[in-house]
Design a protein around this ligand. Structure first.
Ligand code: PEP
Ligand code: MG
Length: 584
């Protein structure tokens, strides 16, 4: 009897194959008292467990094939750093000594504390980083659970190597970056996990590795048998079970078609993004980690339109210093070989503590609280090193600086003053920088979009952050599933704000780009062209599809229809006009 399971499609592509159910039982953790005389032995047992976990991860890191993008190593490094951080090395030891409890219990207590801290974070990416805590802690718990003191082999690794995974579809509760790497090594066809979201490591790695993946498929292991033939649709987030020949034929055809299309898209890599009527469009990429820059080169983007530097701040107890910022930026500059790079200053929020242990008051409405540029202007001790590093990086390549979440023009003045001061500081230190470093701002707050003319007067470029712009203009929390259905990029109010920002930039003679998710969705490409957009910035994996939508479109005609769209007050005509644009 055919049926389907649903999750979130996070890495597109179809896989047809047999399941491999990964059942990893976590040891039951109970608390027991350790007699005073052997407390230090317990501490030592814990520290040995940590040391072994580190050795195992280094071993996995050494197995990453060279051809795999930088994400993989970066994720393993993150776990290694966590295993060296005081939050996991010292805090549990204190707990063992103070509470005279066993190592497993101390680790569990500290894990619960850290997970709570991450869960309170506003940023969806940082919130999913609680998975890292879990992955690392689980590894140590499994080591502590074994009786064999000489136990040196990684049990996960041993299981993965022993089981032939080639051509299999992995179904698991959750996968660590280490699992994902080892499995890729073995030629798995797809991943299905019961937990995780689009920003989980499995999702990010699967996309980088080009392996179809569905995450958040609740209870998948309860419904699927081992070695069962299934189809995974990584775009729609569907797992089909109970296949008959007709379904198989249909999906083989789709798989074939998808591969053919990908080959066609790959041919566009070296072609310019020019519309049918000769308008050249800039296609830029969004990155989160310095290692992502390799994927940008792979799709031959015009540069980086959004480098989300807040990822530098994650999983650590202190914010990065100037040299660390600089090293990351230089890595990106070197990889991009002369293409422009837009470095966005930290988009951290009030509840995104840079020091995981120091919890200040949590705002009741963090999206409207002390985040992004507001937080940077309040915490200059954190902001200044980043400003210095961006300026110093500008001596090595075409760098632009971008300010997130501007609401008041005074924020621009403050930043420009700080930039001027920083330049003087660098001159005094005899350090090189680009005297005319372009400083731009993100338009993601409706009030800023309405008076974009003001911002365009003082800034060198604007970039529209539709993820937040939609959130704020439609009053929809972008991370709240309950109101997701109202999240509508095509709402006339949203399009008016986008159009007004583009118009303001054109009037002031400065470039305007759009770097929210909308820019990477080919369904919106022609509409955005019609609204006058000439620069798009998106995840590198979307770039070629957007380029295809650009080629063959007629900006002149699209502009006329878009103006009609913005004028109409008739909902039916609005919907019809949108359709016309999509087909034009
Ligand atoms: C946006 O808000 O559209 C944007 C690009 O920034 P982020 O998603 O990082 O908030
Ligand atoms: Mg934003």
């Amino acid at each position: 009897m055919p049926f389907s399971l649903h999750g979130i499609g996070v890495s597109r592509g179809y896989a047809i194959g047999r399941t491999y159910l990964l059942q990893r039982n976590q040891p039951e953790i109970t608390e027991y008292t350790i007699p005073d005389s052997i407390i230090e032995d317990e501490v030592e047992r814990f520290l040995n467990g940590l040391a072994l976990a580190r050795r195992q991860l280094r071993e996995v890191r050494g197995r990453i094939p060279i051809a795999i993008p930088g994400d993989a190593a970066a994720f393993i490094d993150t776990h290694l750093l966590m295993l060296e951080d005081a939050a996991l090395t010292e805090a549990p030891v204190d707990l063992i000594r103070v509470h005279k409890c066993n190592a497993e219990w101390a680790l569990k207590t500290q894990r619960d504390f850290l997970v709570r801290v991450f869960e309170e974070m506003d940023d969806p990416y940082l919130r999913t980083r609680k998975d890292d805590v879990d992955h690392v802690v689980r590894r140590v718990q499994r080591i502590l659970a074994t009786d064999d003191p000489a136990y040196l082999n990684d049990p996960d690794y041993a299981e993965l190597i022993a089981s032939r995974l080639e051509g299999r579809i992995i179904v698991a509760d959750d996968l660590t970056p280490a699992d994902t790497i080892l499995m890729q090594h073995q030629g798995v066809l797809a991943f299905v996990t019961e937990y995780g979201g689009p920003l989980s490591h499995t999702a990010i790695l699967a996309r980088s590795l080009g392996i179809p993946a569905v995450v958040g498929a609740r209870n998948a292991r309860a419904y699927l048998g081992n070695d069962e033939p299934v189809i995974v649709d990584g775009r729609q987030g569907v797992i089909l079970v109970g296949l008959d020949e007709r379904i198989l034929r249909y999906y083989r055809h789709k798989q074939h078609e998808e591969r053919r299309q990908q080959r066609e898209l790959n041919k566009l890599k070296d072609k310019p993004a020019i519309t049918g009527d000769g308008v050249t469009i800039g296609l830029y990429a969004n990155i989160e980690l310095p290692e992502d820059a390799a994927a940008v080169r792979e799709v031959v983007a015009d540069g980086i339109g959004l480098y989300r530097t807040e990822f530098l701040f994650m999983n650590r107890s202190e914010p990065p210093d100037e040299e660390e910022h600089l090293a990351s930026y230089l890595h990106v500059i070197k990889t991009l070989e002369g293409s422009p790079i837009t470095i966005r200053t930290a988009d951290l929020g009030a509840d995104k503590q840079v020091d995981g242990g120091r919890s200040g008051p949590v705002s009741t409405n963090p999206a409207l609280g002390l985040r992004a540029i507001r937080m940077c202007l309040k915490d200059l001790g954190m902001f200044r090193p980043q400003l210095r590093a961006i300026l110093r990086a500008s001596a090595h390549g075409p760098v632009r600086m971008m300010i997130p979440m501007l609401s008041a023009i005074q924020e621009v003045f403050q930043v420009l003053r700080l930039v001027a001061e920083t330049k003087q500081e660098l001159r005094d230190r005899g350090l090189a920088f680009d005297e005319s470093l372009p400083v731009g701002g993100m338009i993601e707050i409706p009030a800023a979009a309405v008076c974009a003319d003001q911002f365009a007067r003082y800034l060198d470029f604007l970039s529209i952050g539709t993820n937040d712009l939609i959130q704020y203009s439609l009053a929809i929390d972008r991370v709240d599933d309950e109101v997701n259905y109202l999240y509508d990029p095509l709402h006339p109010g949203v399009l008016m704000l986008i159009w007004n920002t583009i118009r303001a930039g054109r009037k002031a003679g400065i470039p305007v780009s759009l770097c929210g998710e909308m820019a990477g969705d080919p369904r919106y490409t022609r509409l955005l062209l019609g609204l006058g957009l000439t620069q798009f910035s998106m995840h590198p994996s979307n770039l070629l599809e957007v380029k295809r939508a650009i080629q063959g479109s007629e900006v002149g005609a699209l502009g006329k229809i878009a103006r009609r769209l913005l004028r109409t007050t008739d909902a039916e005509e609005y919907a019809e006009t949108l359709k016309t644009i999509a087909q034009n």
